[in-house]
Design a binder for this molecule. Sequence first.
Ligand SMILES: NC(=O)c1ccc[n+]([C@@H]2O[C@H](COP(=O)([O-])OP(=O)(O)OC[C@H]3O[C@@H](n4cnc5c(N)ncnc54)[C@H](OP(=O)(O)O)[C@@H]3O)[C@@H](O)[C@H]2O)c1
Length: 195
Amino acid sequence: MAHAESHVTIHMVASLDGFIARKDGSVDWLETSDKFAGGETMDAGSVEAFLETIDCYVMGSRTYETALGFEAKGLGWSYGDKPTIVLTRRELPRTRDTVEFYSGDLAQFVNGRLRPAFRSIWFVGGGVVSSECLRLGLADEVRYAILPILIGDGIPFFERLDRDIALHLAEVKAYDSGMVELRYLTAVADPAPGT
Ligand SMILES: NC(=O)c1ccc[n+]([C@@H]2O[C@H](COP(=O)([O-])OP(=O)(O)OC[C@H]3O[C@@H](n4cnc5c(N)ncnc54)[C@H](OP(=O)(O)O)[C@@H]3O)[C@@H](O)[C@H]2O)c1
């Protein structure tokens, strides 16, 4: 049975033209230098407190490989000590105890294993895994952070979908860095007021 309040979020940061990485996988463009007067300030304390509310992460193997690359360059591991499930059909290096590999039926895994065990489940990319999650109707919300940059080409936020997916806009936040964060709910029928 699903955790009474389990919640599946897809979260990624994208360029204004909808890419999460360049074609070669690089994400150097994530460092932008815009200033938006009147935008909210993202302070380290509140980011840390927010990250504490996430109970587990799910990612595709290519995203994991990028994360391993960052770690190898001394840039740290972004997922703290939270359980991190990597979807892959390959044998990949396991650099920490919190990492677990999974291959197979994603719907069964999310509904049968993750939802009963975790309240806040975050899918953190990439495009292939996000699409699979949406196609299977597994996500409750999509958080789309748009950076003030166009990169022209790259890996799209969502790989091809097989149908339209209507969303309910639940929140919009603009930051002083020029980043805009949009939060959408996938359940569009009769959204509760204020959600
Ligand atoms: N801007 C951002 O916020 C952001 C966030 C995340 C990632 N990224 C970037 O996006 C790029 C990666 O995205 P991507 O779309 O190319 O790849 P991805 O979604 O990270 O990984 C796709 C891979 O996941 C595995 N997979 C997917 N579903 C599976 C399932 N049900 N069972 C088993 N394995 C499954 C397959 O790997 P195998 O081939 O190993 O079987 C598949 O090739 C990286 O460059 C990364 O840096 C950016």
